[in-house]
Design a protein around this ligand. Structure first.
Ligand code: DX5
Ligand code: ZN
Length: 227
């Protein structure tokens, strides 16, 4: 299981130390939401933050473009490892994927829980990641919508020769109560923000983060044992 903490839930005054701490705990990548205030009614990380983080961690950085025109800002994130565009904003998906490859970036597409998977079907063989959102984009800390559990089955039944190592990720509302369920449903990647980095309205301390991390690993491991 690939665990990708979402820094949207982090204390931004301690972003670098949080990123380093998550790397030490064993995170597989870091998830960075980019928001433009148009596609979603929120603003979040821009290219400079991503660039600065690149200098403090060696983990892969996954940039989630929750913006109106992902193609337009793709190049700003050329120093990252993987870019994710939302299918409902990606008018020319083939062009987006192609442009990402040209920039030597791995590529993912995000699909909201209330949207069909149809548009990604023709591209399933070329993608490195599919993100099924269990919340509507825009904010951390929302409740998990179980519709993604059915959607992951539909995704797995799409014919085609997937890339080896395709990341099938769930994003939004993940915590210790539902992580076993998402793994059992077929996800191999979890994007988790508030579930590890927040205590309701306040930020979690390092000891709480460590405790939660251990708990998540324990839950994921015990599910693995059942396979
Ligand atoms: C939602 C973002 C998610 C968010 C997840 O717009 O795409 O990545 O950070 O946060 P939690 O885990 O708090 O729901
Ligand atoms: Zn995200």
């Amino acid at each position: 299981m690939h665990i990708s903490p979402s820094l949207l839930a982090a204390d931004t005054t301690h972003l670098a130390s949080t990123a380093c701490y998550l790397e030490r705990l064993g995170a597989d990548s870091l998830h960075l939401d980019v928001m433009d205030g148009h596609y979603v009614k929120n603003l979040a990380f821009g290219p400079q933050v991503v660039k600065d983080l690149r200098n403090v961690v060696s983990l892969p950085l996954h940039v989630h473009l929750e913006v109106d025109n992902p193609l337009e800002c793709l190049e700003l994130f050329h120093e990252t490892d993987l870019v994710i565009a939302q299918e409902d904003t990606c008018q020319d998906m083939a062009l987006f994927i192609d442009r990402a490859k040209t920039l030597d970036l791995r590529c993912g597409i995000g699909v909201n829980y209330d949207r069909p998977l149809e548009r990604i079907i023709p591209f399933i063989d070329t993608l490195d990641m599919v993100v099924l959102l269990a919340v509507l984009p825009g904010f951390g800390g929302q409740a998990f919508n179980p519709l993604v559990l059915e959607k992951v089955h539909t995704l797995q039944n799409i014919p085609g020769k997937r890339k080896e190592g395709l990341l099938i990720a769930v994003d939004g509302g993940i915590n210790s109560e539902n992580i076993s369920e998402v793994k059992a449903a077929g996800f191999n990647t979890v994007i988790i923000g508030s579930g590890i980095l927040r205590n309701g309205e306040s930020y979690a301390s390092k000891s709480v983060i460590r405790h939660r991390w251990k708990m998540l690993c324990k839950l994921l491991y015990s599910v693995k044992q059942l396979e």
